[in-house]
Design a protein around this ligand. Structure first.
Ligand code: F6P
Length: 329
């Protein structure tokens, strides 16, 4: 591909919650920039580092040996100062001082709301890569980090199952997902749980009790219920207590998987997704695109405007819940 672009220096940063595969994305952005004869600058700690001028040139070797590593070598943060016009102005001035002409923002909805403002207020070209375990953005089938988190959750649920079945217990296993049941639903299917509680289709205590009673009447000697945290870590304790008051057939326990779902070496699916998206992000910038997130829908590249990517998320597939329910009988 040939580009007639005035962009010489591309800044790359990771922001919001870290996600496995972010390093693979950073590597792809740096290497693709260099491939096209441009320079890449790493901005540390997301918008915080942009405000403080914490950035440095990255060469090809500086991103060696990171494709397989979880977390983010660029570090990450959730910046409150960047939410103010003064904070954003400081950030922009630092970008100018470091001669950064364009940006690749890797993160989730908060990151893209910030990126949209940078584009709108200062006209700097910026494209985004969806980096979040939650898979809660419009315009892409999968976000970077989601597949790894689901695998981690599913294998953890397998382990809990060993204890559940050895002791005839009922376990509520809480997984991450701020306002999203995506990790819960997929890991629940993969680990064969009895029920899945997700914000997209809330389930009352009556319904859970009924599922558990039916299971017990069919000779199930233990049960697993996967609960999406839904923005309130620990909610599964309240659910377990309420259920136990009405259904005490099994000894009841709660396991919160928490941040272990955010860490670890990314799966092949996440490494490849991040690599592909990272190259496309650089090509999109050099081709004149801005204010868009790179997505992949049905294996085709999609340029989703930030405003739409972060709008009301519509990626819940009722078919997956139907499958989970049929198979848990
Ligand atoms: O957005 C990713 C995520 O891990 C959510 O699933 C979770 O609700 C949130 O971040 C936790 O954030 P923090 O690490 O700041 O506690």
């Amino acid at each position: 591909m040939k580009f007639d672009s005035s962009i010489q220096r591309i800044g790359v940063f990771t922001s919001g919650g870290d996600a496995p595969g972010m390093n693979a994305a950073v590597r792809a952005v740096v290497r693709a920039s260099i491939f096209y004869g441009k320079q890449a600058v790493g901005i540390y700690r997301g918008y915080e580092g942009m405000i403080e001028g914490d950035m440095k040139l990255l060469d090809s070797r500086s991103v060696s040996n990171i494709i397989q590593r979880g977390g983010t070598i660029l570090k990450s943060a959730r910046s409150t100062e960047f939410r103010t016009p003064e904070g954003r102005k400081k950030a922009y001035e630092n970008l100018k001082a470091h001669q950064i002409d364009a940006l690749v923002a890797i993160g989730g909805d908060g990151t893209f709301r910030g990126a949209h403002l940078l584009h709108e207020e200062f006209g700097i070209p910026v494209v985004g890569l969806p980096g979040t375990i939650d898979n809660d953005l419009n315009g892409t089938d999968f976000t970077i980090g989601y597949d790894t988190a689901v695998n981690t959750a599913a294998f953890a649920i397998d382990k809990v199952r060993d204890t559940a079945s050895s002791h005839n217990r009922l376990f509520f296993i809480e997984v991450m997902g701020r306002h999203s049941g995506q990790i819960a639903l997929r890991s629940s299917i993969a680990a064969g749980a009895e029920a899945t509680m997700i914000p997209e289709q809330p389930m009352g205590i009556d319904e859970i009790v009924k599922i558990l009673e039916t299971g017990a009447s069919r000779s199930k000697s233990s049960s697993l219920v996967v609960v999406a945290e839904g923005g309130k870590t620990g909610r599964s304790f309240d659910i377990a207590k309420e259920v136990n008051e009405r259904f005490s057939h099994y000894d009841t326990k709660v396991t919160i998987l928490g941040h272990l779902q955010r860490g670890g070496s990314p799966t092949v699916a996440d490494r490849v997704l991040a690599s592909r998206m990272g190259v496309v992000a650089v090509e999109a910038l050099l081709g004149g695109k801005t204010d868009v997130m790179i997505g992949i829908v049905n294996n085709q590249i999609n340029f989703e405007p930030f405003a739409e990517a972060t709008g009301k998320v519509d990626n819940f597939d009722p078919e997956m819940l139907r499958i989970a329910n049929i198979l848990s009988f």
